[in-house]
Design a protein around this ligand. Structure first.
Ligand code: SF4
Length: 259
């Protein structure tokens, strides 16, 4: 199935299932994905080690100027303002070395041009154990962090993290937010390279729920794939199965929605 990369720093606005009219910010290179994970379902394609080293970050000033230009134009042309300004794009936004400063710039521009717009960040939280990164994430109106599984085995099959990163460390990092976060969880199933992968089965959802009870998020976003994946065989989970998973979370007194 086909995947795609965003070819600019500011993109959209796009109509998002979760975030309405969303103006995107891509802090990653436009030529390839840069991420600490290599998820089998990533719509940006595979994380390729050889080009991973060649990181070209847009300068903080450039990001600020480009976003300001967009917001100025939208307001001059009386275009409806976005519901969200969303850090997303070609990989993991917190890897940008100036991420904390850029977050401050985006919040300042939002306050000046569109105070009703929310600032959202989508992150896998793998470097959120760094205090400055964590502090910056907490400043977003929607701090949306990934947790697809509660087991180390599924973590390695689904998210394919670096060898030295354990799921327990990620869960520990998520608890450091003291509930100031939304968890997003992707559910998939299918035969991948001859092996059946399914994070919707009770052996998976029970430890995932246990992790959620430790993390205490404000909300859990339950969803499945809607676009192309870089790995053959990854299938979306039927809607009703996602509803059952969300209900399980609600029974544990954590807000949950299916998207
Ligand atoms: S964490 Fe996000 S950007 Fe990184 S590989 Fe997974 S889906 Fe792609």
């Amino acid at each position: 199935m086909s995947t795609f990369l965003f070819n600019r720093i500011i993109f959209g606005p796009v109509r998002s299932r979760r975030f309405g009219k969303s103006l995107g910010i891509n802090l990653l290179p436009v030529t390839h994905k840069v991420c600490t994970y290599n998820c089998i379902y990533c719509e940006c394609g595979l994380t390729l080690e050889e080009i991973e080293k060649n990181r070209e970050w847009p300068a903080r000033e450039e990001v600020k100027n480009k976003l300001e230009l967009w917001l100025e134009n939208m307001s001059r042309n009386n275009e409806p303002l976005p519901d969200n300004i969303t850090f997303a794009g070609n990989g993991e936004p917190t890897l940008h070395p100036a991420f904390p400063g850029i977050m401050d710039d985006v919040l300042e521009l939002r306050d000046r041009y569109c105070p009703r717009t929310r600032v959202t960040v989508l992150s896998n939280a793998t470097i959120a154990n760094r205090p400055l990164v964590r502090q910056a994430l907490t400043k977003a109106d929607n701090n949306v962090l990934k947790l697809d599984t509660g087991t180390e085995t599924m973590f390695r099959l689904l998210n394919r993290p670096p060898k030295n990163l354990k799921l327990e460390e990620v869960i520990e990092t998520l608890t450091l937010f003291k509930g100031q976060l939304i968890i997003q969880s992707m559910f998939v199933q299918g035969y991948i390279n001859g092996q059946y992968i399914d994070n919707t089965v009770p052996g998976e959802t029970t430890p995932w729920l246990e992790a959620l009870l430790r993390i205490k998020p404000k909300e859990v976003m339950v969803y499945s794939i809607a676009r192309g994946t870089p790995v053959e065989g990854v299938k979306p989970v039927p809607f009703m199965q996602l509803v059952k998973i969300a209900n399980m979370v609600k029974i544990a007194r954590i807000q949950a929605e299916v998207y």
